[in-house]
Design a protein around this ligand. Structure first.
Ligand SMILES: Nc1ncnc2c1ncn2[C@@H]1O[C@H](COP(=O)(O)OP(=O)(O)OP(=O)(O)O)[C@@H](O)[C@H]1O
Ligand SMILES: [Mg+2]
Length: 164
């Protein structure tokens, strides 16, 4: 894949906005994030985890938001250092219950019946994975388009409950 193949609305060296409206855009978004993550200085394992975060954000846009955009850019926090910020915007309806949606095995309306997990095209663990693989997570219900924001720092800050 090359930069020209990514359906980017705007691109700079350390910042890109990728349109997500078709399954192929999941690959584009992942590719674009890898490129920025490499430039920021993320190691290979961290880049793989960022790829998972971007895939989950993009897949949720297609499944629930229909279409949207993922903004990606470098951040430099005075205390936490360099990182990658991902903001996934979409046009779909707001979550009915964020606390429920972020629990593994749950949709935003409640626990997913195990018998229906495969048939519904998701086991309800995408947002949980995004949170585990990110250092900051925020849901912005609007006004306007809703958004999910995830930031991953090159040096991960210690998180409560994380192994040393
Ligand atoms: N962009 C979104 N717009 C509206 N609802 C969303 C969006 N993203 C997630 N949700 C809601 O939050 C729930 C949990 O999302 P999550 O990504 O954790 O699981 P999933 O998409 O159902 O399954 P998986 O990600 O494991 O394939 C979804 O079932 C859906 O109800
Ligand atoms: Mg999902």
């Amino acid at each position: 894949m090359t930069a020209a193949m990514v359906r980017a609305v705007a691109t700079r060296d350390s910042e890109v906005l990728v349109r997500v409206a078709d399954p192929i855009d999941v690959f584009s978004a992942r590719w674009a994030a890898q490129r920025i993550a490499t430039a920021i200085g993320f190691a290979s394992a961290a880049r793989q985890e960022i790829a998972i975060v971007v895939s989950e954000l993009a897949t949720n846009i297609l499944k629930y938001g229909v279409r949207g955009d993922i903004a990606m850019h470098r951040v430099d926090d005075a205390a936490l250092g360099a990182g990658l910020e991902l903001i996934a915007f979409d046009d779909g309806p707001p979550l009915t219950d964020l606390a429920m949606a972020i629990q593994d095995g749950c949709g935003d309306g409640g626990p997913i019946d195990p018998a229906r997990q495969l048939g519904r095209g998701g086991i309800g663990s995408g947002l949980g994975a995004i949170i585990r693989l990110s250092d900051l997570f925020e849901y912005r219900p609007g006004p306007g388009r809703k958004a999910f924001r995830a930031v991953r720092f090159v040096r991960r800050p210690r998180r409560p409950g994380a192994s040393p």
